[in-house]
Design a protein around this ligand. Structure first.
Ligand code: MN
Length: 194
């Protein structure tokens, strides 16, 4: 099932040209931890955007967020669901060559773990089920993003919103305040030069 869900990812890319991971590792279910990883990649393709990816069942469920995540609960950020990515993609930084799918430079803007806290009638709903139902609440423990976020499917795409907790900051734009990679410390521009 995990490998099947990467079919679309692989079809879009020529791995003899791009340095993105093919996703060879199909982790056995028993090795998948309950602390799951998340990553936000900053991607300077035709349009600069941020890609939110959540580890779910051995792959990365993915959304392109044109305006990026926010620390302000008033910001409702459109998140466009994209194809599942392999787990190894969470550490991918580099420049996808011209002419390839998603051509442009990628940095790991934020990374960490998350906990699913989607509840219904006092019960935690499995993350996969929650996403299929069109609503999930997650708690991020990233280097930059922390606390609760809600991801909800609407008629015109998904919406990513910061939930109200001690991590709210309505005064600063974290995307501008902290533009560097959480993995390498580099900016998009610095990585693109190499
Ligand atoms: Mn992207």
């Amino acid at each position: 099932m995990k490998q099947e869900s990467l079919e679309s990812y692989r079809k879009k890319r020529d791995f003899s040209i791009t340095s993105e991971p093919q996703g060879k590792i199909d982790y056995p279910d028993e090795l998948i931890s309950d602390k799951q990883i998340f990553v936000v990649q900053k991607h300077a393709s035709r349009n600069l955007h941020y890609d939110l990816r959540l580890e779910v069942g051995g792959i990365l469920r993915s959304w392109a967020v044109p305006k990026g995540p926010s620390l302000n609960p008033k910001d409702k950020r459109l998140a466009i669901a994209t194809e599942d990515h392999p787990l190894e993609y969470a550490r991918f930084e580099g420049t996808i060559p011209k002419g390839q799918y998603g051509a442009g430079t990628v940095i790991v803007w934020d990374m960490g773990t998350y906990r699913n806290m989607t509840m219904k009638d006092g019960q935690v709903i499995d993350i996969n089920q929650a996403l299929n139902n069109g609503h999930t609440s997650i708690w991020l423990e990233g280097k930059k993003l922390k606390g609760g976020y809600a991801i909800t499917r609407t008629g015109r795409g998904w919406i990513l919103v910061k939930m109200r907790d001690e991590n709210v900051d309505e005064t600063q734009d974290i995307l501008k305040a902290d533009p560097r990679s959480a993995l390498s410390g580099r900016t998009i521009g610095e990585l693109a030069e190499n």
